[in-house]
Design a protein around this ligand. Structure first.
Ligand code: NAD
Length: 479
């Protein structure tokens, strides 16, 4: 059992004001694997006070100096990446090879992209040639509260902490109470990089506790949040009285439009993507919209892929999928599968209960529903498990209407060999991101959505801007 009860406040590891133990459960075994403490208001206040004290000096640290600290965080990651992969695998059930190859490497990937953007970032810019004495200064927002989920724990921590540091903000990180171990290790990377005391603080806690204390705190200037749409709304309301900037990265119900002229691997690729990370990604393509002429064939391919997708313990090597994160998520997914059946969708693979041979652990059967209508609960709600809904369509118009008929708007996908159609659809789909023919977005591309997916933009240049306020200056002396 790993004991991690301390918080990182003001450059030191400190004991909670009032101990309040919470076990961390290994989702592969349902056994406690670690114990943390949940913070109280006194801990939140201490962390915010440390960040507030550190702000004036950090905000005016030379950008080159801030870059040096971030480079040192990268070096510390590189020396300890295996530990980080193991922590992620244990806390949220990512199979160990997936944790090594996909989850942990999110840290260096985003960090390097931020450094590239930072190197050409102008913190002081002219307004325009017409106004020689005007300047636009981009200045750090202040003390920021960073609240992260469990599904891609290091991805989300990196997407918030690194740009906040580069922008000159000071911060309090509250990682998910379900997956706190990787963040505690990350705090060691920051500490060992020599980042000045108070610039980065970490307090463990839950939503009603530390999460709400941060979103309502008078000395916190901004909340950057990734997680459920429910919590995003609660945070926005709680932050209103103190006029915080609130940046939200919430759920999704991505549509994957597969046309009859799609490449032959498109359906398989879409199903695999939906099941990736056991379906626990906000940008998962969970609604596969298939053009009628290839519909039966697509359903058959999806059935085959699901039946052959191995599910096993996160501790086993290999490219299988692992459990979902918790008993609550397991039960929620089972409930949604039940609803799918009750509302008349055709179950073609998977279904209720655990996969054969697995009696313990939060393992879900890779599940495919066909003949889904966009009104069914499984097409409307985020399942956050390995569950795919297939919906037929006859015309491009109809496909666009179905894709856009959702409260969410994070990522949509298009599979077609017709370039003109792809370009047309890229503009018509209402989402923050559109990915086509299996091509991922390139380095520095902003991640974020519209509508109930939240309107944050994370990563690269836009990710740094999130943590900056715009100041308009006139009467600037010629240099
Ligand atoms: P959640 O939103 O409850 O938790 C995410 C983070 O927010 C955690 O750190 C949690 O402690 C904190 N939090 C919760 N309520 C809060 C509040 N009122 N104020 C401040 N902080 C609060 O998400 P969850 O319960 O871990 O997962 C539930 C659902 O959220 C999932 O089924 C999925 O739909 C969605 N989700 C989305 C993403 C994403 O990347 N978009 C990530 C995780 C979860």
């Amino acid at each position: 059992m790993i004991e991690k009860r301390e918080f990182y406040i003001g450059g030191r590891w400190v004991s909670p004001a009032t101990p309040n133990d919470l076990p961390v459960i290994d989702p592969s075994t349902e056994e406690p694997c670690a114990v943390i403490s949940l913070g109280s208001e006194a801990d939140t206040n201490a962390a915010v006070a440390a960040a507030k004290e550190a702000f004036p000096s950090w905000a005016f640290t030379a950008p080159a100096k801030r870059r040096e600290y971030v480079e040192k965080i990268l070096a510390n990651y590189e020396a300890r990446q295996e530990e980080l992969a193991r922590a992620i695998s244990l806390e949220m059930g990512a199979p160990i090879d997936f944790a090594r190859n996909s989850q942990a490497p999110c840290l260096p990937w985003h960090l390097k992209n931020f450094l590239t953007a930072f190197d050409s970032f102008e913190f002081l810019r002219p307004l325009g040639q017409h106004a020689p004495n005007d300047r636009i200064a981009l200045e750090p927002v202040g003390v920021v509260g960073l609240i992260t989920p469990w599904n891609w724990p290091m991805n989300q921590v990196t997407l918030k902490v690194i740009p906040a540091l580069l922008a000159g903000c000071t911060m309090v990180l509250k990682p998910s109470e379900l997956a706190p171990l990787s963040s505690l290790l990350f705090a060691e990377f920051v500490h060992d990089a020599g980042v000045p005391p108070g610039v980065f603080n970490l307090v463990n806690g839950d939503g009603p506790g530390v999460g709400s204390q941060l979103s309502g705190h008078k000395d916190v200037d901004m909340i950057s949040f990734t997680g459920s749409t429910r919590a995003g709304a609660a945070i926005t309301k709680n932050a209103a009285d103190t006029f915080k900037r609130v940046c939200l990265e919430l759920g999704g119900k991505g549509a994957n439009l597969v046309f009859a002229d799609a490449d032959e691997k498109a359906v398989k690729r879409g199903v695999m993507h939906c099941f990736n990370n056991s379906g626990q990604s906000c940008n998962a393509p969970t609604r596969m919209l298939v053009e009628r002429p290839i519909y039966d064939q697509a359903v058959e391919i999806a059935r085959e892929v699901a039946e052959n997708r191995k599910v096993a313990s996160a501790h086993e090597p290999g490219n299988h999928i692992g459990p979902v994160v918790s008993e609550a998520q397991y039960n929620k997914i089972q409930g949604l599968i039940e609803k799918g059946i009750a509302e008349g969708a055709r179950l073609v693979a998977g279904g209720l209960g655990r996969p054969e041979g697995l009696n313990r652990g939060y393992f879900v059967r890779p599940t495919v529903f066909a003949d889904v209508t966009n009104e069914m609960t499984i097409a409307r709600e985020e399942v956050f498990g390995p569950v795919l809904s297939i919906i037929p369509f006859d015309t491009e118009e109809e496909a666009v209407a179905i894709a856009n008929d959702t409260i969410y708007g994070l990522t949509n996908y298009v599979q077609s060999q017709d370039g003109e159609r792809r370009n047309r659809l890229a503009r018509r789909l209402r989402s923050g991101m559109v990915e086509m023919n299996g091509q991922s977005r390139a380095a520095g591309s902003p991640f974020g959505g519209v509508k109930a997916s939240g309107r944050a933009r994370e990563g690269g240049h836009w990710g740094i801007e999130e943590f900056l306020d715009v100041k308009a200056i006139s009467g600037w002396a010629a240099e």
